[in-house]
Design a protein around this ligand. Structure first.
Ligand code: MRU
Length: 348
């Protein structure tokens, strides 16, 4: 894993051989971004099963449950995490029901294959999503995003940032307004780094400049990612997304959410049911290890929920959903469940 905590100052990779360390890496944000968390968790499950000392299916079953529970207790808001764990569980159950279920090596390689399949599917989903979203971007001018939703945050080109980069590669003359995204600075550290590496023009701003630029900056669109989207379209994303959506609405700027179907949680009717992760106080009181605030009470919710009514459209790998989301999201998921070939946006 590329250690995202140390970017952009240092490029450091870690190799994990124990699923507990993968869980630790997810919790401590070595890797972050909902889709990347999902893929990392799937790989963590595969690693746990491959390295398990179990000698019977029963022993492996007991360890499998522990592996999944450990990985599930890392980032509570990211729907992709639970989606990926469910998928690994389904495959495990299938394999342990099979006629030669006592052949543990077959189960082990099936779990590794499933994690790699998830990785490949997520990469393809990003590309399809990027093409659908690019069509919604202005031909030229400024677009705003939030947090980091690029290649670092997924298994492919990214979601919201993938949309922007795809549009840029197609010839749209875009400049990206990147809020620094306090407290963890995913915008300043990661998005600014990724955009600079890919040659997309950007302007870094502080979070409290968002309203000013939405009012005066001729912003053509806002595109953000998501951590969990409820059945009615209410969307949890990085803290600061909700005020950005309110301000975009106030100033008539289209507000798009870009996310793969694995981020949608249609089992919950609305955003009120989305668990919001509370992160350590040190992320607020310290900057790069240096205390910047006295010892006081601190709140650090990692995400906020944007009500569906503020979202102009949702961009997925299956196409673009528009309000009312309760119907349009259900339709998209049903199409996906039928396993129809992915709808393609026209080639650039
Ligand atoms: O706390 P983080 O950095 O994991 O939060 C990331 C976000 O909020 C992203 O917008 C979201 O996960 C989508 S990433 C493609």
């Amino acid at each position: 894993m590329l250690d995202q905590r140390r970017l952009p100052a240092e490029v450091v990779h870690h190799t994990y051989t124990d699923y507990r360390d993968v869980a630790g890496a997810i919790r401590s944000m070595v890797i972050r971004g909902a889709p990347a968390i999902g893929v990392a968790a799937a790989m963590g499950v595969a690693l746990g099963v491959l390295r398990s000392p179990a000698r019977t299916p029963e022993e492996l079953q007991a360890e499998f449950s522990l592996i999944c529970a450990t990985l599930a207790q890392t980032r509570p808001t990211a729907a992709d995490l639970f989606w990926a764990l469910e998928r690994m569980k389904r495959r495990f159950e299938q394999e342990t029901r099979a006629a030669d279920a006592r052949d543990l090596s077959r189960i082990r390689s099936a779990m590794a294959a499933e994690a790699q399949q998830i990785h490949a599917e997520k990469k393809a989903a990003d590309e399809a999503l990027g093409r659908f979203g690019a069509e919604l971007m202005p031909a030229a001018g400024q677009v705003m995003t939030q947090c980091n939703t690029g290649a670092l945050a997924t298994a492919g080109i990214g979601t919201a940032l993938g949309v922007i980069c795809t549009a840029f590669e197609q010839g749209r003359k875009l400049r990206v307004l990147v809020p620094e995204t306090r407290p963890y600075l995913q915008g300043a550290r990661l998005t600014a780094w990724e955009l600079r590496e890919s040659g997309v023009p950007l302007t870094l701003i502080t979070d409290n400049m968002v309203g000013h630029f939405l009012k005066t900056g001729k912003v053509g669109a806002v595109v953000v990612g998501a951590d969990r989207i409820a059945a009615n379209g209410d969307t949890a994303n990085k803290i600061g997304t909700y005020p950005m959506a309110v301000l975009a609405h106030e100033h008539g700027v289209p507000f798009y959410v870009a996310a793969p179907l694995s981020t949608f949680d249609l089992s919950i009717p609305s955003g009120e049911h989305i668990p919001i992760e509370e992160r350590p106080a040190e992320e607020v009181t310290h900057l790069q290890g240096v205390r910047i605030a006295p010892e006081v009470d601190v709140a650090n919710p990692a995400f906020d929920v944007t009500p569906a009514r503020l979202i102009t459209a949702m961009i997925t790998e299956r196409g673009v959903a528009r309000p009312p989301y309760t119907e349009s999201l259900q339709r998209l998921i049903e199409v996906s469940a039928e396993k129809r070939p992915p709808a393609r946006a026209p080639a650039p």
